[in-house]
Design a protein around this ligand. Structure first.
Ligand SMILES: Cc1cc2nc3c(=O)[nH]c(=O)nc-3n(C[C@H](O)[C@H](O)[C@H](O)COP(=O)(O)O)c2cc1C
Length: 250
């Protein structure tokens, strides 16, 4: 059973020192961590040496595939049908836009999530921490048609603040979503586009300006090209660093 975090969840209400938060996580001042931000192009994090670029010959694989770096792992939660358990699913997801905040998820025709996302307009993207990876795999390996995946995984059902959908209480970040559009993708998928109408975080996940403190949360991603889960590694730069910008986020 995964324990519920002792920190309080907040909707970007309380403050705290960004520098103190980063220092607590990294054991150093923010500026020691990276030179990125505001000073043009930034050198890589000096605490770890970058891996050398691969230079060998290129070859075409026997089969094409979406061989992309790890895509953020998410657990989508949505109400079940009346009388049925609520659903938790592992789905591929992507950011559509930062302002307005829009995301997309892909649901297979054969999976519960597809029918439930058609039935209910609201759902939650729960960001799991690496400590939840076994519960995450249990959710993937089991179907909501035969068992309550909250019970199976030991995760705690919570309530969203704005939308009518369950949450995974242990997840450090919840993106509460309302579906705005959908698109069938033959032969077997349906894309759902949704607006993020509320984002809640556990204390310590963001700084004073509500910017995500990436190393404070032990995120992981799922890799289509290898079927593995990876945590995020080191910071190598920031959006706009080649233009001397450090103010951009989505
Ligand atoms: C890395 C990874 C990505 C997945 N992406 C999707 C997805 O985008 N859409 C989907 O319907 N299922 C996806 N799945 C599988 C389902 O979420 C999962 O098997 C689920 O438990 C099915 O439950 P159900 O039978 O109750 O629908 C993915 C699984 C993994 C491991």
């Amino acid at each position: 059973m995964t324990s519920v975090p002792r920190w309080s969840r907040r909707r970007f209400l309380e403050g705290g020192s960004a520098a103190a938060a980063i220092a607590a996580v990294w054991g150093c001042a923010p500026d020691d961590r990276t030179q990125a931000g505001g000073s043009g192009s930034s050198p890589p994090d000096s605490r770890t040496s970058p891996s050398a670029p691969l230079t060998g010959p290129r070859r075409q694989l026997a089969a094409p595939g979406p061989m992309l770096p790890p895509v953020p792992a998410i657990l989508l939660t949505v109400n079940g049908r009346p009388g049925d358990p609520d659903e938790i699913s592992v789905l591929w997801t992507f950011v559509v836009n930062g302002d307005p905040p829009q995301i997309g998820v892909s649901a297979g025709f054969e999976h519960q999530a597809r029918a439930l996302l058609e039935l209910h307009d609201e759902f939650v993207l729960n960001l799991p921490a690496a400590s939840m990876v076994e519960a995450f795999d249990t959710i993937d390996m089991n179907s909501g048609t035969v068992a309550d995946k909250f019970e199976l995984s030991g995760l705690t059902r919570g309530e969203a603040t704005v939308v009518d959908a369950p949450t995974v209480a242990e997840s450090p970040i919840h993106c509460e979503c309302r579906t705005t559009d959908s698109l069938e993708v033959p032969p077997a998928r349906k894309l759902f586009i949704a607006e993020v109408v509320a984002t809640t975080v556990i204390e310590g996940a963001v700084d004073d300006d509500d910017r995500l403190i990436v190393p404070a949360v032990d995120f992981f991603g799922m890799t289509a090209g290898s079927g593995e889960h990876y945590t995020m590694g080191r910071r190598v730069g920031n959006i706009g660093m080649t233009a001397g910008r450090s103010d951009i986020r989505y």
